[in-house]
Each structure stands twice: as C-alpha cells, then as structure tokens.
Design a protein around this ligand. Structure first.
Ligand code: 289
Ligand code: CA
Ligand code: CA
Length: 275
C-alpha cells in the first residue's frame, strides 16, 4: 500500500472536528516527518550494520594478524631447529670420525702393548739367562783366582789357605764388596808369614786396612787395631790429606817386606780376599 493512501485513511479517521482548512498542508508536514523518521531509522540501521561490520572485520583482521605472527614464530622456530639439527648432525659426524680414529689408535696401541709385552718377556728371559751366565762366570773367575792364588803360593812357598784375589782393579770399597759377596773380606795381615806370602804376588793390591772412619786411626776390616805394620819408609803420609786406604806396593826392584802405602781409596787396585 502506498504512503499517501495510508496517511489519507489515517487522517480521515482522526479528523472528526470537521475542520478541513489547511488539511493538505498538515498532511504533507506529517508525511515529511514520517519520511524523516523512516530515513533516520534506516540510517541508524545502516550505521549499526556498518559498526557491526567494522568491529567484526577489525576483530578478524587482528585474529589474522595474530595467526600471521604465530605462523612467523613457528617458521622462525622451525628454521632455528633446522639449523640446530644441521649443526648437531655435523657435530655427530665429527664425533664419529674422532671415535673411529681413536678406535684405530687404540687398536694400534693394543698391538704395540702386546708386541712390547712379548719383547719384555724375551728381554726378561735374556736378562735371567745373562744373570745366570754372569754368576757362573763370577764363580769361575773366583775359582780361577783361587787357583791362581794357589799357583802363586806354590811358586812362592806360600802356605796360606782360604784367600783369593779379586778379578779386576776396583776402588777399595768395591774390592771389599767383591770379597764380601763371596763370603770373605779384604785380608788382615797380622803375621809376617801372611805379609811374606802376599808380597810375593808381584802386584799392587788392596789389603783390609784403612783410616776411613777416623784420620790417623788405622783399623782392620774386623775393626781391630793395627799392631804391626809393614810400611814403606815415610808412610803412611796421608798425602794431600786424602789417603785413607792401604795397599801393598809391589816393586820389582825391591824384595823388601816393608811395602805398605796409604793411598786415596778411589784408586783402582785388585784386592786380596780372605775367608
Ligand atoms: O797419589 C799419591 C800416591 O801415588 C803416592 O805418591 C808417592 O809415592 C807418595 O807420596 C805416596 O805416599 C803416595 O801415596
Ligand atoms: Ca789417612
Ligand atoms: Ca801414602
């Protein structure tokens, strides 16, 4: 139904006063008011729709923005994880290479240790066998020394028993140790018979007399004091203050029984051992 018709019937119903003057003008005014109201209502509705749409769109846009941010963060995290993974893989490869190289070295070392163990065993056996040979040779030398001594004794009518000469020139202490290792000690000459016998050896040899412990106080190796000495003239003179051990100084030009001399203990002489 059209507006004019609606308003006409409405006006007809209301106006009962019978006053028809100015009716069209009033009608137009009312129509205009209604139209304005309707337009305003429409504007309000449109405004409401617009505001609603604006709010919805803004919310959607914010949501999208937040999704976008989250997606970017995910991407960033994924990239960083990817990098970490790549680094870890490379590290793993390096460790694997190191492990392989160390395993190889370990194997080589184990082989070397085994070889060395075998070598050590062989050397130990050699040392044992050489020690045994050395002992046998030392025993042989001692026995030869003893034999030699006997020959000397026989040659020079020496009737002493149980003494022998060390196998090579050594210091006084080493010579003494040689004797002690064989159950003897350097000889103590406390009789003229012994002195005569040893003097016939035609060698410069150590005897068991020294003043190592107390300068000027000569003692035999059994700690007994010297009673009768067979000193060369002018001896003992402790030459340069360093002569503390006594030798028999053989001299082919002299058959003199007085042939002892004090000498630095580090000098090398054979020693006469006595059991
Ligand atoms: O180092 C000195 C010794 O060889 C001897 O030299 C001389 O023969 C004398 O002085 C000895 O007393 C000394 O022991
Ligand atoms: Ca001395
Ligand atoms: Ca001297």
């Amino acid at each position: 139904m059209e507006f004019d018709a609606i308003y006409a019937s409405y006006e007809d119903g209301i106006d009962t006063t019978g006053q028809d003057e100015g009716k069209p003008q009033k009608r137009r005014g009312r129509r205009c008011l209604v139209l304005k109201t309707v337009c305003l209502g429409l504007i309000c509705v449109l405004l409401l729709v617009f505001i609603t749409l604006y709010i919805t769109i803004t919310a959607e846009r914010d949501l999208l923005k937040s999704y976008k941010n989250t997606a970017e963060e995910f991407n960033h995290t994924i990239n960083s994880l990817q990098d970490n993974y790549t680094d870890l893989m490379s590290e793993k490869d390096q460790l694997k290479n190191s492990f392989n190289s160390l395993s190889q070295k370990k194997l080589e070392l184990e082989t070397r240790v085994n070889d060395l163990s075998v070598e050590k065993g062989q050397l130990q056996r050699s040392v044992e066998s050489l020690s045994q040979k050395k002992l046998e040779l030392e025993t042989r030398v001692a026995s030869l020394s003893e034999e030699l001594t006997k020959v000397f004794k026989e040659g020079y009518q020496c009737s002493l028993d149980g003494f022998f000469m060390s196998n090579k020139p050594m210091s006084w202490s080493e010579s003494r140790q040689f004797c002690r290792d064989r159950g003897a000690d350097l000889i103590i000459i406390n009789t003229e018979e012994k002195q005569r016998c040893i003097s016939s050896f035609k060698e410069r040899v150590w005897i068991g007399l020294s003043d190592i412990e107390n300068e000027g106080n000569l003692k035999w190796v059994d700690n007994s004091t010297l009673i009768q000495g067979f000193w060369t003239e002018g001896e003992p003179n402790d030459d340069k203050g360093i002569e503390d051990c006594v030798e028999i100084r053989y001299s082919c030009s002299s058959s003199n029984l007085n042939n002892w001399n004090d000498l630095p203990c580090s000098e090398k002489r054979k020693g006469i051992c006595e059991k």
